[in-house]
Design a protein around this ligand. Structure first.
Ligand SMILES: NC(=O)c1ccc[n+]([C@@H]2O[C@H](COP(=O)([O-])OP(=O)(O)OC[C@H]3O[C@@H](n4cnc5c(N)ncnc54)[C@H](O)[C@@H]3O)[C@@H](O)[C@H]2O)c1
Length: 391
């Protein structure tokens, strides 16, 4: 059978634009024509290195493609995604889908504004995006790689084949701090670590309860309420900086905990932090009525290495955000694969070219955003339970 061809464009030329490009090289079910890139900065460098065209505007890129990869800071996800949908194009949107980015004033500060405003704004932003999707021939494909990580997909299979009931989960995404300069500011990121990293394990947990619900009753089990705490430990006056942890955050949280209650009364506890040494720490444990799994996304022990001399491994990539390569480590033989990047992009191109359903869609993304901004309202009140609007 001849493979269908899909033309795509990348928006953004930073970290995520790089791993999207890598994943596109591995798509096997669809012929992908990577037409070009549009980015506010360094688009020329990105284009040259990859032998693709550079576009001067989003509109010019959209004219030439069927789908855009939204690899920009969250503050512009809504505008770019809606621009694509209005032209009947697909949008593969990086996490988090959308959010609240302040009131535009010079005095805006993430610590002090009323968090209910953020929740209201984020819910309205979701409504606008879902309305644009409804009118469009294109769709929002939500780039939450945790949904496609092999360990999470194996748990999907277990839930579907055993009809298991998930009773409680706990999970975490953490490392020593994001590389992106803009991440330090609520006005670009829409929040701190609770949204930036917490969205990953949270969405995986929301996804698994959906799978459970659709398997047994044909409809997802949705989040009902959340209690949360957030902290800014690297901004404490007494924090003693020894240079291992990023510590230049302006107005965001660097530690968070969400306690999510689903509509059937079951639970998920989600940690996220920017203050963990030893490499990225991404895992989700699922405790069901008929099994228990621990999904180790990173680190995992597919490979363990002992290196007596740091310099020996100078040209060897070990694992994301590892501080040292000396001593014992867990090199990931194919980190992108364990993380779910190629599987996610493969699934999205099958959805575009063959109309296949996607596991990570706009409703899942919407539930994630709604839960997180409700969690910020809760954290403002030191953990009072707040209702979650599910989509
Ligand atoms: N799924 C993951 O594992 C993962 C990892 C890192 C980042 N992300 C997400 O990817 C997105 C981008 O993060 P990043 O780390 O790549 O950031 P980055 O700072 O490395 O790159 C952002 C790029 O967007 C461009 N840009 C900014 N505003 C723009 C606009 N209005 N139009 C066009 N281009 C614009 C910048 O010039 C830059 O090239 C964020 O939403 C982030 O949460 C996801």
């Amino acid at each position: 059978m001849q493979k269908p061809t899909v033309r795509c464009g990348i928006v953004g030329a930073g970290f995520s634009a790089s791993f999207h490009f890598e994943a596109l090289q591995k798509v096997h079910g669809t012929n992908v024509d990577i037409v070009g890139v549009f980015a506010k900065e360094r688009g020329d460098e990105y284009a040259q290195r990859r032998g693709i065209a550079q576009f001067d505007s989003l509109e010019a890129l959209l004219d030439e493609v069927d789908v855009v990869h939204v690899c920009t800071p969250p503050v512009v996800h809504e505008a770019i995604t809606i621009a694509a949908l209005e032209r009947d194009k697909f949008a593969i949107c990086e996490k988090p889908l959308t959010g609240y980015f302040g009131d535009g004033s010079d005095t805006f500060h993430g610590d002090t504004f009323p968090k209910q405003e953020a929740l209201n704004f984020a819910l309205a932003s979701i409504d606008r995006m879902l309305a644009a999707e409804k009118k469009s021939k294109g769709r929002i494909l939500y780039a939450e790689n945790w949904v496609y990580a092999p360990a999470i997909q194996k748990e999907r299979e277990i839930l579907e084949k055993t009809g298991g009931q998930v009773l409680w989960m706990h999970g975490e995404e953490a490392h020593s701090g994001s590389h992106a300069h803009t991440y330090a500011y609520w006005k670009f990121s829409g929040g701190g670590v609770m949204i930036g990293k917490g969205c990953h394990p949270l969405t995986a947990a929301l996804y698994l309860k959906r799978v459970e619900g659709r398997t047994r009753n044909g409809k997802p089990i949705r989040p009902r309420a959340v209690s949360a705490r957030t902290h800014a430990i690297t901004r404490l006056e007494g924090f003693r900086d020894e240079g291992h942890i990023r510590a230049d955050y302006y107005d965001i949280d660097d530690f968070s905990l969400m306690h999510v209650v689903f509509e059937d009364g079951t639970l998920a506890d989600i940690f996220a932090s920017d203050i963990v040494l030893g490499g990225i720490h991404n895992w989700l444990e699922v405790n069901a009525n008929n099994h228990r799994v621990i999904c180790n996304i990173n680190p995992n022990t597919a490979m363990q290495a002992y290196n007596p001399v740091e310099a020996n491994f100078k040209d060897i990539y070990v694992v994301e955000k590892i501080g040292t390569k000396q001593g014992w480590s867990c090199p990931s033989p194919d980190e992108d694969w364990f993380t779910g990047y190629p599987q996610e992009i493969e699934a999205f191109y099958r959805a575009i070219s063959r109309g296949e359903p996607v596991e990570s869609d706009s409703r899942l993304a919407a539930d994630c955003i709604s839960t997180i901004y409700s969690a910020y309202v809760s954290a403002e009140q030191n953990g009072r339970e707040v209702a979650v609007k599910a989509f």
